[in-house]
Design a protein around this ligand. Structure first.
Ligand code: MN
Length: 757
C-alpha cells in the first residue's frame, strides 16, 4: 500500500512540475521574450532529467529552483529565450553528469559559454579557506561579467531565488549567504540599474542578519499604512487635478522606503522608527511618445512646483544626462502643507522600466526599434563603465583583495559630470579630485599630474570637482606618484594605478637594502641568511622582510644596531624559542606554525562567554562591545585570540563574507555571577542647567552600574554625552536606558558602537 501512495505522489509531483513550467512559458510570452521558445522546452526536458533524483533543502524536487530562476530572468530582468535556456540549465554542469561539451552539442556555442561562466562562478558561493581566494573569485566573477553580461544577470536571479528560499538553511549558512549578498550582490544589482532586485536582496539579507529589527519595522510599517495612504492622497490631490486638466496621460504612485533603508536611517541618525517611517517618494510616470519625453517630464515638473515650493538644493536632472547605469528621471523635493519634505520623481514609462529592470530593458527598447537618442547616451555610459572594469581587471600584478575593496566602494557612488578643455563630457564618482580626472584621461597623465586648471583657475591635485567643472590637467615629467595621493583619490582606477606604482618603487628600494645587508652578512660570516633575516625582522616587529630591507636602504635602521643584535642573540642562546613562545604561545621545537586556524577538534565548539571552564581565550570586540544577551559570534584573530562581536556589529558583514572559515559560534554562560561588561551609550538632548547632574544621579542610583567615563559636549544649546558604563547584560542596560529616558531634556538615547579608549 505504501508503494502505491508513493506512486501517486510522484504522479502529482510530475503534474505540479509541468504546471510550474507552463507558468514560466506563459510569462516568457507575456514579456515578449525574444528568440526560440522551442529551445526552452528542450532545456526544460534536459534539466528535468538531469536533476531528477535531486531535492532542495526544503524537500521539494530540485527542478523548481531552475524554473524559478528562469522566471525571474524573464519577468523581473526582461531577458530573452537564450537566457531562459541558460537559467534552466545553470546548475546542470555543476551538479550533474552533464558537461559544457554536452551543452555545446545540444544548445550551441553561446549557451555553452554562458553556462561555463555560471559554473565557474559557483565557487564564489562556497565558504572560502582564505580571504584572498574569495577576492580572487569575486574578481573572476567580474571578469566573466565583462565578457557576457548575461552571466551576471542570471547569477543575480539565482541569488535572488536562493535568498527567497533561505528559510530552510542552517542559521550559520543563512548568515553567511545573507552577508555575502549584502556585501557584493546588492551593490552589483544597484550598479547594473536593477533597483527592485537590489532592494529585495537588501531587505531579505537584513531579515536574516537582524531578524528582530526587521520584524519590528515590518509590523510598524503595516500599522502606519493607512495614515501614509491618507497623506499621499491629500498631497497628490491638487497635482492630479492639474495633470488631468492639462490632458497628460500618466500614472501616480506613492513609494515607501524599503525596510532596510529605514533601518539604515534609524541607525545612522539614531532616531526611532516614528521619525523616518513617513519619508517616501511620489512617482509620476507619463505615457509619452519617445520624441515627447523631455517636454512631458518638464510639464509635470512645472505643475508640481505650481502647487508646492521645491528645495533647489535637492533638484536632480537625470533626463538630460542619464546616470552611467542608465537611470533616467527628474527628482525634486517639495514642501508639503503639513511641513514635511516630499520627494517627487518624474519619468516616462520607458524610463521607469529601465529604472526597475536595468540595462536589459535598454536592449528591449533597442531591439524593438522603439529606441531613439535618449537610450543611446545611457547605453554608452554603461559600456564606458564596463570598459573601465575590464581595463582594471587586465592590469597585472594587482592585489585581488585591494581591488575588490576599491571596486566595491565605486559600486554605490553618486556621479558628477565634468568637461575636458575640448568640451567632452566625462562621468566620475562624486568627490572625485583633479587627480582622479587626470587618471581618467590616461594613466600616464595621472602619474605626471602636478595640478589642474578648473574653470580657468589653478587648483591643487586634491581639489574636489563639481558637476559642470571644466578641467585642464597640468603635468610635469619630473612628477611621480606619492603615498599621500591615496588619501584623496576616490576612483578605483587612480587608486589601483598609484598603488601599483608605489609597490614597484618600494620593490626597487627594498632590493637596494637587501644588497646592503647581504654584503654585511658576508663580512660577519653569517651562513644561514634567511633564518637570520627572519630573526631581525621579528626583533623590529616588522610585517615582512621587505619592510626591513626598505628601512635599511633608507637608513632608518642602522646596520651597527643589527650587528649588535646578532651578537646579543648569539650569546642569549635559545632566545628564539622564548620569543616565539611569547608571540604565538607555541614552542618552535614542537614544529607548529603561527598561522591561526581553528583546530579541527575545535570545529563546532562554541565559545561560552563567562564560563570558567572555557578553554579558548577570548576578548570583547571594541567595535561593538557586546554585553550578555546580545546575539554574538566569535572571530579567530591572528594575534589576539578570539574576538566576540555582535551579530549586528558594523563589521560583521565584512567579516562573514571574507573570513567565514575563522568564525566560531559563541553564546553567553547562563549563570548569574555578576560579571560586568563595558558598553557605551550616547545621549543627546537640549542643554539645561542641572542636566548632567540629573543623568549622573540616575546612573549612580542604580547600585549595580559602574560609570567608567563620561564626556559631555555642548553646542548651541544641544548637548551630546558619551558615557561608558559597566553592566551585567542587555536587560540591565535597557533598564538603565529606560530610566535615563525619563530625565527632562533628553531627546535621544542610543547604544554606541564605537568605543575608543
Ligand atoms: Mn542555482
Amino acid at each position: 500500500m505504501s508503494d502505491k501512495m508513493q506512486e501517486i505522489d510522484h504522479e502529482k509531483e510530475k503534474q505540479d512540475i509541468l504546471k510550474a513550467y507552463r507558468k514560466l512559458l506563459r510569462a516568457a510570452k507575456r514579456y515578449e521574450a525574444k528568440g526560440d521558445l522551442k529551445l526552452v522546452r528542450k532545456a526544460f526536458d534536459v534539466a528535468l532529467d538531469a536533476h531528477k533524483d535531486m531535492r532542495r533543502k526544503s524537500g521539494e524536487p530540485y527542478i523548481y529552483h531552475p524554473i524559478a530562476v528562469a522566471e525571474i530572468v524573464t519577468t523581473e530582468i526582461g531577458l530573452g529565450a537564450k537566457s531562459i535556456v541558460c537559467a534552466l540549465l545553470h546548475d546542470t554542469v555543476e551538479d550533474t553528469d552533464l558537461t559544457v561539451e554536452d551543452m555545446r552539442r545540444m544548445f550551441g556555442d553561446k549557451v555553452a559559454q554562458i553556462i561555463d561562466g555560471l559554473t565557474k562562478l559557483s565557487g564564489v558561493l562556497d565558504i572560502q579557506e582564505d580571504k584572498s581566494l574569495q577576492a580572487e573569485n569575486f574578481r573572476k566573477m567580474l571578469l566573466t561579467m565583462s565578457s557576457d553580461i548575461r552571466v551576471i544577470l542570471i547569477k543575480l536571479a539565482d541569488r535572488l531565488h536562493n535568498m527567497r528560499t533561505l528559510e530552510s538553511m542552517r542559521r550559520d549558512k543563512q548568515l553567511k549567504i545573507a552577508s555575502e549578498t549584502m556585501y557584493l550582490y546588492a551593490p552589483l544589482a544597484h550598479r547594473l540599474g536593477l533597483y527592485s532586485i537590489k532592494t529585495e536582496l537588501e531587505d531579505l539579507s537584513f531579515k536574516y542578519i537582524e531578524p528582530e529589527l526587521y520584524e519590528e519595522i515590518v509590523a510598524k510599517l503595516k500599522e502606519s499604512q493607512a495614515k501614509r495612504t491618507r497623506f499621499i492622497n491629500k498631497f497628490s490631490f491638487p497635482i492630479i487635478n492639474s495633470l488631468n486638466e492639462a490632458g497628460i496621460d500618466y500614472e501616480i504612485k506613492g513609494r515607501t522606503k524599503s525596510v532596510y533603508s529605514i533601518a539604515r536611517k534609524m541607525k545612522s541618525q539614531g532616531v526611532p522608527f516614528e521619525e523616518v517611517y513617513d519619508i517616501f517618494a511620489i512617482r509620476i510616470i507619463t505615457n509619452s511618445e519617445l520624441d515627447h519625453e523631455k517636454p512631458d517630464c518638464w510639464k509635470v515638473y512645472s505643475i508640481v512646483t505650481d502647487h508646492y515650493v521645491p528645495n533647489p538644493s535637492r533638484f536632480r536632472d537625470w533626463v538630460s544626462k542619464p546616470k552611467s547605469n542608465g537611470y533616467e528621471s527628474l527628482h525634486t523635493t517639495v514642501m508639503s502643507e503639513s511641513g514635511k519634505w516630499v520627494e517627487v520623481q518624474i519619468r516616462t514609462k520607458r524610463m521607469d522600466d529601465i529604472a526597475e529592470k536595468g540595462l536589459a530593458a535598454h536592449w528591449k527598447y533597442k531591439e524593438t526599434g522603439k529606441a531613439g537618442s535618449p537610450t543611446q547616451s545611457a547605453e554608452s555610459g554603461f559600456d564606458e563603465w564596463l570598459a573601465k572594469v575590464r581595463e582594471l581587471l587586465e592590469s597585472p600584478d594587482r592585489n585581488a583583495i585591494d581591488f575588490i575593496d576599491d571596486f566595491k566602494l565605486s559600486l554605490f557612488a553618486e556621479e558628477i559630470f565634468v568637461f575636458t578643455p575640448n568640451g567632452e563630457v566625462r562621468t566620475l564618482p562624486a568627490d572625485s579630485t583633479s587627480l582622479d580626472f587626470a587618471f581618467d584621461i590616461h594613466t600616464e597623465v595621472g602619474m605626471r599630474c602636478i595640478g589642474a586648471k578648473v574653470n580657468g583657475k589653478l587648483y591643487p591635485l586634491s581639489y574636489q570637482l563639481k558637476s559642470g567643472d571644466q578641467v585642464e590637467v597640468l603635468t610635469s615629467n619630473k612628477q611621480k606618484p606619492k603615498e599621500d595621493w591615496l588619501t584623496f583619490v576616490v576612483t578605483t582606477k587612480a587608486k589601483s594605478k598609484i598603488k601599483q606604482a608605489l609597490k614597484e618603487e618600494k620593490r626597487e628600494v627594498a632590493n637596494e637594502g637587501k644588497e646592503l645587508l647581504d654584503r654585511k652578512f658576508k663580512q660577519w660570516k653569517i651562513t644561514n641568511d634567511r633564518e637570520m633575516v627572519d630573526k631581525i625582522q621579528k626583533h623590529y616587529r616588522l610585517q615582512a622582510s621587505q619592510d626591513l630591507f626598505i628601512k635599511i636602504a633608507k637608513k632608518s635602521i642602522d646596520l651597527k644596531d643589527i650587528k649588535e643584535f646578532i651578537e646579543n642573540t648569539r650569546n642569549a642562546g635559545k632566545w628564539y624559542n622564548v620569543l616565539r613562545k611569547r608571540i604565538t604561545g607555541t614552542d618552535s621545537s614542537t614544529g607548529s606554525t603561527e598561522t591561526v586556524k581553528p583546530k579541527s577538534s575545535d570545529k563546532g565548539d562554541t565559545v561560552v562567554i563567562g564560563d570558567a571552564n572555557q578553554k579558548m581565550d577570548y576578548v570583547m570586540a571594541k567595535c561593538c562591545s557586546p554585553i550578555p544577551g546580545d546575539d554574538v559570534f566569535g572571530f579567530v584573530t591572528i594575534n589576539e585570540g578570539i574576538k566576540i562581536h555582535r551579530t549586528n556589529c558594523p563589521n560583521a558583514i565584512h567579516i562573514r563574507s571574507n573570513y567565514a572559515y575563522r568564525i566560531v559560534p559563541a553564546t553567553w554562560a547562563n549563570k548569574e555571577d555578576h560579571t560586568s561588561f563595558v558598553t557605551g551609550i550616547l545621549i543627546t538632548g537640549i542643554d539645561d542647567v542641572g542636566l548632567v547632574n540629573a543623568i549622573t544621579t540616575v546612573i549612580s542610583k542604580d547600585l549595580n552600574v559602574d560609570m567608567k567615563s563620561i564626556a559631555f559636549e555642548s553646542n548651541d544649546g544641544v548637548f551630546e554625552g558619551h558615557i561608558k558604563v559597566m553592566v551585567e547584560g542587555i536587560h540591565h542596560l535597557n533598564n538603565l536606558m529606560n530610566n535615563l529616558k525619563k530625565v527632562n531634556g533628553i531627546k535621544k538615547i542610543v547604544r554606541e558602537d564605537e568605543l575608543d579608549d
